[in-house]
Design a protein around this ligand. Structure first.
Ligand code: SPV
Ligand code: MG
Length: 286
C-alpha cells in the first residue's frame, strides 16, 4: 500500500520526490521506486517546447498530467506556478486537479505570468493578501480531504530575507496551506537551514535543492523538511542523452555502434507490460 502525499507531508519523515514531465518519465520514476512524483513546471514546459514562463496553458498542463496519471499510480504533486491567474483561476485549477486524480498542488507567491526562479534577478512577489485569497478560495473549493495545497514563498529568490520569508509562510499557513515550500537559489543550504530553525516545524516544509544540492543531504535531517524535491534531473538527463546520441549518429553517419548508449527495446516492452497485451489478446481476441 503506497503512502499518500498527505501522509508523506505529515509523518515526520523526509521523502525524496522525483521529477517527471510526461507519461514515460512518470512510469520510469514509479518503476525505480520513488514514492512521489514532482510534475515540474520547468520540465513539462521544456518537454512541450515552451519556456517556464506560463507559455503552456493550464489546459496543456492538465493534458500532460492526464498522461502521467495514466502511466503511474504514485502520488503526483503538481507545480501550479502562480495559479494561472487570480483566485478564481486557481480554485478552478484545484477542482480540475482533484477530478484528474492528482494529489496536490504548489502555489507560488509570484504574479501571473511567472518566470523561472533560477533564471535571473529582479523577481517580484505578489502581495500577501492576494496569495492568501487564492489559498482560501482553493481550500473552500477542495472536496477531497487528502488533496494538499502547498504554498511556496519566493522571498529568498526576491532577496527579501528571512523575516519576509517567515511572515509570508505564517500568513499562508494561517490561510490554510497544508505545507510551505521554501525556495532558495543560493549555492549552499544556508537560507533554508536558517528558515527551518526559525520556523520550528509550524507546518511541513518542502524544498527543491537544485542549486544547493551539492551537500550531504543529512544536513536536512530533523529540520522538519518533509519533501526533498529533485526538480529537473530527469529532464536534464534526457537532454544530455539525446544530444549525445544525435551527435554520435551525425559523426558516424548512421546508427552503427549506437546501441550501447540506448535502452534496449525490450526495456520499453517491460515498462509498458506488453506481455499483458499478448495474454489479453489470447483471451479476448477471436
Ligand atoms: C520547477 O521544477 O518548475 C520548479 C522548481 O518550480 S525551480 O525550477 O527551481 O523554480
Ligand atoms: Mg516551477
Amino acid at each position: 500500500m503506497k503512502s499518500s502525499l498527505r501522509s508523506m507531508l505529515t509523518d515526520g519523515g523526509s521523502h525524496l520526490v522525483m521529477e517527471a514531465h510526461n507519461g514515460l518519465s512518470a512510469r520510469v520514476v514509479e518503476d525505480e521506486g520513488f514514492s512521489a512524483i514532482w510534475a515540474s513546471g520547468l520540465s513539462i514546459s521544456s518537454a512541450l517546447g515552451f519556456r517556464d514562463a506560463n507559455e503552456a496553458s493550464m489546459h496543456e498542463m492538465l493534458c500532460v498530467l492526464a498522461q502521467m496519471r495514466h502511466a503511474a499510480s504514485t502520488p503526483i504533486l503538481f507545480d501550479g506556478d502562480s495559479g494561472y491567474g487570480d483566485f478564481n483561476n486557481f480554485r478552478l485549477l484545484v477542482r480540475r486537479l482533484e477530478r484528474a486524480g492528482i494529489d496536490g498542488v504548489v502555489l507560488e507567491d509570484k504574479p501571473f505570468p511567472k518566470r523561472n526562479s533560477l533564471l535571473h534577478d529582479g523577481h517580484e512577489l505578489a502581495p500577501i493578501p492576494e496569495v492568501c485569497g487564492k489559498i482560501r478560495a482553493a481550500k473552500e473549493m477542495q472536496r477531497n480531504p487528502e488533496f494538499c495545497i502547498i504554498a511556496r514563498t519566493e522571498a529568498f529568490i526576491a532577496n527579501l530575507g528571512l523575516d519576509a520569508a517567515l511572515a509570508r509562510a505564517e500568513a499562508y499557513r494561517d490561510a490554510g496551506a497544508d505545507g510551505i515550500f521554501i525556495h532558495s537559489r543560493k549555492s549552499t543550504p544556508v537560507e533554508i537551514l536558517d528558515f527551518a530553525r526559525a520556523w520550528g516545524k509550524k507546518a511541513p516544509l518542502v524544498i527543491a535543492p537544485t542549486t544547493y544540492g551539492d551537500c550531504d543531504s543529512r544536513v536536512f535531517a530533523g529540520t522538519g523538511i518533509s519533501l526533498y524535491i529533485c526538480a529537473n534531473q530527469n529532464l536534464r538527463a534526457s537532454v544530455a542523452a539525446m544530444q549525445g546520441t544525435c551527435r554520435q549518429i551525425i559523426k558516424n553517419t548512421g546508427i552503427h555502434d549506437i546501441e550501447p548508449r540506448l535502452a534496449p527495446l525490450s526495456e520499453l516492452h517491460r515498462l509498458f507490460d506488453y506481455k499483458e497485451l499478448t495474454q489479453a489478446e489470447g483471451r479476448f481476441s477471436p
